[in-house]
Design a protein around this ligand. Structure first.
Ligand code: TRP
Length: 362
């Protein structure tokens, strides 16, 4: 069996540090590990339409932004196929067949969907397209025979739904699809990077993000204004490390080399944490250090993005070529699906012969 990755993002905004820590960094590692036969990265515009159908400009503006962020982070189109969901009509076809294999009540039990319905005030009337997007996501994953889906834990219900659909399809129509597995980030911090304001999650709607494309001054300003331990009023006071976003970010980014370079009084993060907890270490100092670390991490990404921005038609070309390439695999798979479902009438010689024979005597 081949090892195939599929993952993706909705193009509703630029990508931020939360995306980077939770998935982009990992994707680049997996891409470069050489362990995968194929890697598909989907810009899920059709899924984004399910809750933005009145505001398509937002999606139209952000497909390219997400592509720029991907490429800037090191997604390499020679190794990973980046494609745009709406460019693959076979996904719609597969979704249509899959919809027979799930019930409305099953869809309504999906915890991520439940949460999203609340957030969007859809309680009284849920658009059918929105409720069924997990089915379309099952098509995204399975049309490309992906067995590995690197995602955040909020996507686990989607993978479970996909596995159920695969089992159901295989048992009715014969073995056709593999049951994919989710690959989650390794640490709690990677799963959910808190916002600059200390809120549970960095998210565009909360306005508490550092974007990958932010300029150095903007990043510095955001970091120097970060929430820390509200009870750490004077430098001498003991500070709290747990739940302190500055330390959580340092967990995610700071390596011992950073200490040697920017804060040689400390060997590593443990020493810094000890001092902060004891008291005598001010917030400005740890924020300055964090700023140095984040600046170092984001500089090459921003510089690559700027280069790419000079050739936007080239980036659209990458998306177009990726979409055509992914579609070739999609077409092959949908042909197999039609054969398994026995709706491939025109190529089914036996069917044509049987029906010929049926009317031969008349
Ligand atoms: N639902 C995912 C998100 O909101 C995006 C997505 C669409 C996806 N299709 C996918 C993720 C397939 C993994 C696999 O982030």
């Amino acid at each position: 069996m081949s090892n195939i990755i599929l993952t993706g993002d909705r193009p509703t905004g630029r990508l931020h540090l939360g995306h980077y820590v939770g998935s982009l960094r990992r994707r680049v590692e997996l891409q470069n590990s050489g362990k995968f036969d194929k890697i598909f990265i989907e810009i899920a515009d059709a899924q984004a339409i399910t809750d933005n159908y009145k505001n398509l400009d937002k999606i139209r503006e952000n497909v390219i932004e997400v592509a720029l962020d991907y490429l800037a982070c090191g997604i390499d189109p020679a190794k990973s196929t980046i494609f745009v969901q709406s460019g693959i009509p076979e996904l719609c076809e597969l979704t249509f067949y899959y919809l027979n294999l799930v019930t409305l009540s099953r869809l309504e039990r999906n915890p991520t969907i439940k949460e999203e319905i609340k957030l969007r005030n859809f309680e009284t009337s849920i658009p059918a397209g929105f409720l069924t997007y997990p089915v379309s996501q099952a098509a995204d994953i399975t049309l490309f025979d992906a067995n590995t889906v690197p995602v955040g834990d909020d996507q686990l219900p989607m993978i479970e739904q996909t596995r159920e659909i695969v089992r159901s399809f295989n048992s009715i129509y014969g073995d056709t699809f593999v049951e994919p597995k989710a690959v989650l980030p390794e640490t709690e911090t990677e799963c959910r990077l808190p916002g600059l304001d200390g809120k549970a999650k960095m998210s565009k709607s909360l306005g508490n993000c550092i974007y990958l494309a932010d300029e150095p001054e903007v990043i510095e300003k955001k970091i120097m204004g970060m929430f820390t331990d509200p009870n750490h009023l004077r430098v001498e006071d003991p500070g709290k490390v747990e739940g302190n976003p500055v330390f959580i970010y340092l967990e995610a980014f700071a390596r011992d080399e950073h200490f040697a370079k920017y804060l040689p009084e400390y060997k590593n993060l443990d020493e810094l944490k000890d001092h902060y907890s004891r008291g005598g270490l001010g917030d400005v100092k740890i924020k300055r250090f964090l700023n140095n670390v984040i600046q170092e991490e984001l500089k090459p990404i921003r510089e690559r993005r700027k280069e790419l921005q000079k050739n936007i038609p080239g980036v659209y070309k990458i998306l177009e070529e990726g979409t055509l390439k992914a579609r070739e695999d999609g077409i092959k798979k949908i042909e197999e699906v039609r054969r398994k479902m026995r709706i491939n009438y025109f190529e089914d010689k036996d069917l044509i012969k049987a029906h010929t024979d049926k009317y031969l005597d008349n």
